[in-house]
Write a protein that binds this ligand. Structure first.
Ligand code: NDP
Length: 598
């Protein structure tokens, strides 16, 4: 790439600016700058949506035990239903289906990827979302309808947190215990614990000393704020509110709070790139025009366009996919995009995002502070037609901390840039653990052969094949983002993994397999391939402003391995399809029940 392009972008200058902004945000603590809600602020992690009913502990033998009733668990349950696997139990610490859509009910919460590609199983259930970007309430309802459609309701236990899962080498069963005193024995164990399941707070002094009211966005307190996800929050009319964080969640929260709070302070460490959203009701003519297979086609189209492949037609046509429009199409329309072309397109996209701010935000100082200076993809792109506009309201103040963040929480409120901002209510939009450590994120003690824990096995980073199984843990599979095909549409990936996992289990059951276990060699080969393919990504992430994608800028061992499979989603899907086609369990040690009893 040259130092400036034909649009007049000063590419070299921008890269220098990106590096300066990154340097401001680098902190030695890395991931240590956060604490989990569960571990230290138990009361803030409480479920605000439903209370467990008393019940007796369950002792049960099942063929499959599934941990998690979010999108992964639902997709898996649907695949089981299709394949006739019926002896399974799903457990979840939440009070209903939905996972992230159970917990996150903050005002303004909605899908930020088009619902026609994000919501799974639309053709199977015959459902069409009511809007291009469905609201969280609709998505939560849809999750419950998936469960009903695929007859998962009676198979699921809620308000039940798995505490441990240990492989019994004698019995060849997983023994699973829960916080409700249950004890399961399962032939197969599947973990679908999701990506953003462990809320975190900044590990700054004073969080417990704050005298006002506080909560995390994933545990919204409507008793305090009044209103509901799509209703005004009357309880905030006479309140001064602080929101810490400006990630994808805050972008959705801020406009709703701004509409009702007497005064709102938004504490910003790093601005998000905010593109247009363009939500609209579903067009009934479009709905009528859909042909069988449309959903798969649209998901593929979105994943291709957002993964750097050139595709002639942009079916989704929104601010996620328009990045490819800045790339001149090749004549034959078949090639994929070169890294240089992609980088240039991304520099232009970020420039456009910054220029958009000037057209919306009246105060020039605020507008300048809201401009993100880092490479596209370092942080989650966001979309809103209301967030930037909020800062034109007289009751909304951006407290930009120039990359330093809130230093501490005083008795009256957050301290930033040396000033204490007195607030009645403090809302932590500070995110979740992401791809760090399975046990840290889930709190589950998983032990395989020889009593070895998963944390021990992964102490130098994740070790898997296809991101779904690991050596030393027989009959154990999981849905995961790490070491598996990269796409912004998690449900596309989860659906492929769920299909693959259900295939393995149905074959295992049909063929009378007692145990299957990933070989050490297959694990090593996959990890080596993942790490090698990720080298350019790590160079990219090294240059990124700190965030969850690059473990807050701190390179540890896990940083090299807990990465997606960078050959891309389609190659990944194809590799799994080839495995299924081969039919002879390559890369796994398999023992049949008949061999053991002979
Ligand atoms: P993020 O981790 O993206 O954002 C956390 C925010 O807290 C960041 O702005 C961070 O700043 C800020 N922060 C942390 N510590 C401090 C501090 N000491 N002072 C000031 N600010 C601080 O979490 P989100 O909940 O916003 O999003 C998590 C993910 O959830 C998204 O990336 C997305 O994948 C998903 N999501 C999906 C949605 C959907 O519709 N599908 C909607 C919302 C979220 P900094 O950037 O400097 O670290």
């Amino acid at each position: 790439m040259t130092s400036s392009d034909e649009d007049g972008l000063d590419l070299a200058g921008l890269k220098r600016k990106y590096a300066e902004e990154r340097a401001k945000r680098m902190r030695n603590e890395g991931l240590g700058q956060f604490v989990d809600l569960d571990s230290q602020f138990g009361h803030l992690a409480d479920d605000p949506w439903s209370q467990p009913r008393p019940r007796d502990p369950v002792e049960e033998d099942v063929t499959v035990l599934v941990i998690g009733a979010g999108m992964g668990g639902l997709l898996l349950g649907a695949e089981f239903h299709k394949k006739g696997i019926s002896d399974f139990r799903i457990v979840d610490k939440a009070g209903d289906f939905g996972g992230t859509w159970y917990w996150n009910r903050y005002p303004g919460c909605a899908c930020d990827i088009e619902s026609y590609v994000y919501l799974p199983l639309l053709e199977e259930t015959g459902y069409i979302p009511s809007e291009k970007y469905a609201k969280a309430t609709e998505i939560f309802r849809y999750c419950k309808s998936i469960a009903e459609h695929f007859e998962l309701v009676d198979k699921t236990l809620f308000h039940t947190g798995v505490e441990s899962a240990h492989w019994d080498e004698e019995a060849l069963r997983w023994v699973i215990t829960t916080d409700r005193g249950d004890r399961y024995r399962a032939r197969f164990l599947i973990s679908c614990t999701g990506l953003f399941n462990s809320p975190k707070l900044p590990n700054i002094p004073g969080v417990m000393d704050f005298e006002g009211h506080s909560f995390h966005t994933s545990r919204w307190d409507y008793q305090y704020t009044g209103g509901g996800p799509n209703e005004p929050m009357a309880g905030l009319r006479d309140k001064t509110v602080g929101v810490i964080g400006t990630g994808a969640t805050a972008i959705q929260v801020v406009p709703s709070v701004a509409r009702t709070a007497k005064q709102l302070y938004v504490f910003q460490r790093t601005p998000s790139p905010v593109s247009y959203r363009g939500n609209r009701p579903t067009d009934p003519n479009w709905e009528d025009s859909l042909q069988a297979g449309w959903h798969q086609g649209r998901m593929d189209n979105f994943t291709a366009l957002t993964s750097g492949y050139y595709v002639e037609e942009d079916l989704v046509d929104d601010a996620w996919t328009d990045i490819m429009k800045t790339i001149t199409p090749s004549k034959d329309g078949s090639r994929s995009i070169s890294p240089e072309e992609l980088e240039l397109a991304e520099m232009r996209k970020m420039d456009e995002t910054r220029r958009r701010i000037d057209t919306i935000v009246d105060n020039t100082q605020t507008a300048e502070a809201l401009k993100p200076y880092y490479h596209y993809g370092c942080k989650r792109p966001t979309f809103s037609d209301e967030y930037l506009q909020s800062f034109n309201q007289p009751n909304v103040t951006l407290v930009d901390t120039n990359g330093r963040g809130v230093e501490r929480i005083g008795k009256k409120g957050p301290v930033a840039n040396g000033t204490e901002y007195a607030v009645d209510c403090l809302i932590f939009a500070t995110g979740f653990d992401f791809m760090t450590d399975h046990s840290r994120e889930t709190g589950i003690d998983i032990r395989g052969t020889g009593g070895k824990s998963l944390s021990e096995h992964w102490s130098n980073g994740m070790r898997t094949c296809f991101g779904i199984q690991t050596h030393g843990f027989p009959n154990f599979l999981f849905i995961s983002y790490a070491q598996s095909g990269i796409t912004y549409n998690y449900n596309h990936l989860a659906r492929e993994q769920a299909g693959h996992i259900a295939h393995i289990l149905s074959q295992g059951i049909k063929q009378g397999i007692a145990t299957f276990e990933l070989t050490e060699q297959a694990e090593r080969e996959w990890v080596d391939e993942v790490v090698k393919l990720a080298e350019p990504r790590l160079v990219f992430l090294d240059g990124c402003t700190p965030g969850y994608a690059n473990h807050e800028g701190n390179r540890g061992q896990a940083y090299q391995t807990n990465v997606p499979y960078m050959a891309g989603a389609f190659v990944y899907f194809d590799r799994m399809a080839q495995w299924r086609k081969s039919g002879d369990w390559p890369g796994m040690d398999v023992k049949k029940i008949s061999e053991l009893t002979a």
